[in-house]
Design a protein around this ligand. Structure first.
Ligand SMILES: [Zn+2]
Length: 153
């Protein structure tokens, strides 16, 4: 219990520093390996890097994967200052993290002006009825990239 609290306190300190020193948004994440060693850290770099995908969790995954020279973080745990948004949720699954501990929940973030509820709602709507509609477009060449992949791997 105490170790989780310590990692979360470090994560929150990084989030505070991001606001105070970097002019960034109030989010940070830390990734810890099975031995308790911090292998990656991330802060929200959206404003500073002009990158809407540079959420703290994604940045921490990028940092850990680069440090460990891997694309999977199996066995690693993420500590994050706030409950991950749908994009980060996906990144967490793609990176195969073992588990996630978060401090502020979804509702607290929404109350503070960081509301991602609309994305969760949109994900459950039919593709064409989303705020940003997705259209499946049938095109003959659609399978070629997969065929090339199969040929070369
Ligand atoms: Zn996110």
């Amino acid at each position: 219990m105490e170790k989780h609290q310590n990692y979360l306190k470090q994560t929150i300190a990084l989030a505070i520093a991001n606001v105070e020193k970097n002019g960034g948004e109030p989010f940070a994440s830390i990734i810890v390996d099975e031995n308790g060693i911090i292998v990656g850290t991330g802060k929200n770099d959206m404003l500073t890097k002009h990158d809407p995908t540079a959420h703290a969790e994604v940045q921490a995954i990028r940092d850990a994967c680069e440090n460990l020279e891997t694309t999977t973080l199996e066995g690693c745990t993420m500590y994050t200052s706030c409950e991950p948004c749908p994009m980060c949720f996906g990144a967490i699954y793609w990176s195969r993290l073992k588990k996630v501990y978060y401090a502020a929940d979804h509702a607290l973030a929404a109350a503070e002006g960081f509301d991602d509820t609309f994305i969760f709602h949109d994900m459950n709507k039919p593709h064409e009825q989303r705020n940003i509609p997705f259209y499946a477009f049938d095109i003959e060449e659609k399978n070629i990239p997969f065929e090339k992949w199969k040929e070369l791997t």
